[in-house]
Design a protein around this ligand. Structure first.
Ligand SMILES: O=P(O)(O)OC[C@H]1O[C@@H](O)[C@@H](O)[C@@H](O)[C@@H]1O
Length: 254
């Protein structure tokens, strides 16, 4: 089957922006800020992965996602590991991954309730080009001033532990039940692979894969693509990237 250009879905978020990124139309000044642009698959299709852009002007919630087992126990098809490619970052931008020190469940609960959880997390400086894989269970928070491409298992379920007083629902009990209380460690096993493609010709192959042009453009099986798009690929395709162009190719691991 040929590669298919996916549509976009724009999601307003309190931490979003009015100045997005080349290739994406900015919301009008009187419209809500856009925080996420999704590349959903056609209705009725429930593929393993979902690709999004995130545009932040404030910190996102301190949050956690369940793993496959935890999600299935709650009636969802899969858990949510996620990964971020940082496209742009302010000089002081950070992403928090896990606590700096091991926490007890009671410490996590108390810290989420009074907000001191923010100071207990391991906030890491990030810059353009960084790639971070955050497995389910990681208590995490994306910071302000970031533009990232997110590759995630296709589950729309976030348990918010703390939200800086914003008037959004929190999910402390559910979040506590799936949180890793130890400091972050690189995942031993990843739910998906993300290949980083440079200019030139590449054969990509996956039962179901996602081509995400990052900079510049090129062709997939002869069809023109450009940064800011996302293409679904079934089977094998030939990707030719123009000079100084880059792309990601993401697919679920068996
Ligand atoms: O709950 P908020 O703060 O809106 O954040 C929700 C967002 O968090 C990010 O870390 C990602 O997991 C996104 O896929 C998710 O939509």
């Amino acid at each position: 089957m040929p590669a298919t250009l996916l549509p976009t879905k724009r999601v307003a978020k309190p931490w979003g922006r009015h100045q997005l990124w080349p290739g994406f139309e900015n919301p009008a000044p009187d419209e809500e800020p856009i925080g996420e642009i999704w590349f959903p698959s056609p209705a009725g299709d429930d593929p393993e992965l979902l690709i999004k852009y995130l545009f932040t002007s404030e910190k996102l919630s301190v949050q956690v996602h369940p793993d496959d087992e935890g999600a299935r126990d709650r009636g969802y098809p899969r858990g949510k590991d996620e990964a971020w490619l940082v496209l742009a970052a302010e000089p002081d931008s950070t992403i928090a991954l896990g606590p700096k020190q091991p926490l007890s469940a009671e410490q996590l609960r108390a810290a989420a309730l009074d907000g001191s959880i923010v100071g207990l997390l391991d906030w890491r400086p990030v810059k353009a080009g960084d790639f971070i894989y955050s497995p389910a269970g990681t208590v995490h928070a994306i910071g302000a001033g970031l533009t990232v491409i997110e590759i995630q298992q296709n589950l729309d379920l976030t348990y918010r532990l703390y939200d800086y007083g914003r008037p959004r629902e929190l999910h402390l009990d559910d979040g506590m039940a799936v949180s890793t209380l130890e400091p972050f460690e690189e995942a031993q096993e990843r739910k998906f692979t993300v290949e980083h493609l440079q200019s030139g010709e590449h054969d990509v192959s996956a039962d179901k894969g996602w081509l995400v042009p990052v900079t510049g453009g090129g062709t997939i099986d002869g069809e023109r693509f450009a940064a800011g798009q996302c293409w679904a690929v079934s089977g094998t395709a030939t990707v030719t990237l123009d000079d100084r162009s880059t792309a990601l190719f993401a697919f679920p691991n068996a």
